[in-house]
Design a protein around this ligand. Structure first.
Ligand code: UD1
Length: 401
């Protein structure tokens, strides 16, 4: 059975073919890329599709990204230790895509174990690109356990980069966060200062990894492409409701908490502060549908691919993009939108400000529009409708499966 996404793959072939005519004759789902070893055409996987290593592939944003990668004719190898994710998400991704089993390979592996990670590279086809999603991400826990966060997030990334060097994986997309901007002036552009005013170790690991990637890029004589994606606030789920955000314990972020209140798992939403200098006094953020975010990763890979072909693999590029909508929405507006989507009245309780929070944060996403050809297209209503579909179909998350 072949993957039912041929239109999407055709458009990618058109994109690639437009840059390099010879490739446009490639068969559907037989996407060949030029190797970095002198211009010969090399297949990056036995299916002919470029192979992408998705580190932390069972997680929330990663699982949605994999759906888009499969639709766009990439094959995927997942590495995950399931410490904060559930293997059921991968089963659901297989259901959504309906693709051949061989197009999604899975390794249960702790990336902090260099031997285990090397086994993945040794037993796989050459990776065209790696997407680094793996890492611990709970802000409060990172304050309580800073060594765990620095150790886990940094060592797993070091091991990944070393394997990319050893096995000639040429490109990486790094999953970063708007948290690296601290309390920057809005709208935030990619040239806004980073590293100042980050309030927690989790955020600092994102900033540190960005700095490490810049140094690594220089040391590789710019031969590799690196794209850092700074996410704003991802919400929602795939419209099927089969995959979604499934935090363990009490959710830290607003919308998973709100959806658990809507489904009856929690009695009320605490609104952390109503005295901010914002129109209704509550915090303002740039919420982005997770499917838009997932599509941003595909746009980043196509951007790398284009560069790869145009320069005949002679030079890579270090690039940073904000992935956001460019609009700010308040906590109370989000709760209201979720009430409309779920048809429930949600009890709210005003609470003190949460330590480390800022009043307002939203992106200037124009660089991603101009250079990646990517914009967020889904609105607030769609974010909440899709979130509610996931939460109401899976009230206890993946554990209800
Ligand atoms: C938080 C993290 C950030 C991380 C991001 C991931 C902090 C300080 N920042 O960002 O590092 O990258 O999540 O998505 O934790 N709120 C409530 N009640 C709740 C939860 C949140 O009122 O129960 C409010 C917050 O005060 C804030 C807004 O909702 O104004 C959004 O909060 P949240 O979803 O946690 O995201 P960020 O704080 O933007």
């Amino acid at each position: 059975m072949s993957c039912p996404f041929t239109n999407a793959v055709n458009s990618l072939l058109f994109f690639v073919g437009g840059t390099l005519g010879a490739l446009s004759t490639a068969k559907i789902i037989n996407r060949k890329l030029l190797s970095n070893s002198g211009g010969n055409v090399t297949e990056f996987s036995c299916t002919g599709n470029p192979q992408v290593l998705v580190a932390g592939g069972a997680g929330y944003i990663a699982s949605h990204t994999i759906v888009c990668l499969i639709a766009e004719g990439y094959d995927v190898t997942i590495v995950d230790n399931y410490v904060n994710s559930n293997a059921e998400s991968i089963n659901r991704v297989r259901q959504i895509t309906g693709c051949e089993r061989s197009r999604i390979r899975v390794y249960e592996c702790d990336m902090c174990d260099p031997k285990a990670l090397e086994n993945v590279f040794r037993t796989s086809q050459q990776f065209f690109a790696v997407i680094q999603f793996a890492g611990l991400k709970a802000v409060g826990e990172s304050v309580a356990k800073p060594l765990l966060y620095y150790e886990n997030n940094l060592i797993s990334t070091f091991n990944l980069l070393r394997m990319m060097e050893k096995y000639n994986a040429p490109n990486i997309v790094f999953s970063s966060s708007a948290t690296v901007y601290g309390d920057a002036v809005v709208p935030i552009t990619e040239s806004s200062p980073t590293g100042n005013g980050i309030t927690n170790p989790y955020g600092r690991t994102k900033y540190m990894i960005e700095e490490i990637l810049k140094d690594w890029y220089k040391a590789q004589n710019a031969s590799k492409s690196i794209v850092t994606l700074r996410y704003f606030n991802p919400v929602g789920s795939h419209p099927s409701g089969k995959i979604g955000e499934d935090p363990s314990g009490i959710p830290n972020n607003l919308m998973p908490f709100v959806s658990q209140v809507a489904v009856g798992r929690r009695p009320h939403v605490n609104v952390f502060g109503n005295d901010y200098p914002t129109p209704d006094g509550t915090g303002v953020r740039d919420y982005i549908h997770v499917m838009d975010l997932a599509e941003g990763h595909v746009a980043a890979l196509k951007f790398i691919e284009k560069q790869w072909i145009q320069t005949k693999q002679e030079s890579g590029q270090y690039s940073v993009f904000n992935l956001g909508t460019g609009s700010g929405v308040s906590v109370l507006e989000m709760i209201k939108a979720m009430e409309a989507a779920s048809g429930k009245t949600l009890k709210t309780v005003m609470a003190p400000r949460r330590e480390g929070d800022i009043a307002t944060c939203y992106a200037d996403p124009s660089k991603a529009k101009n250079e990646l050809g990517w914009t967020a297209s889904r609105n607030l209503q769609q974010m909440c409708t899709d979130l509610w579909k996931w939460q109401s179909d899976n009230p206890q998350g993946y554990t209800s499966a």
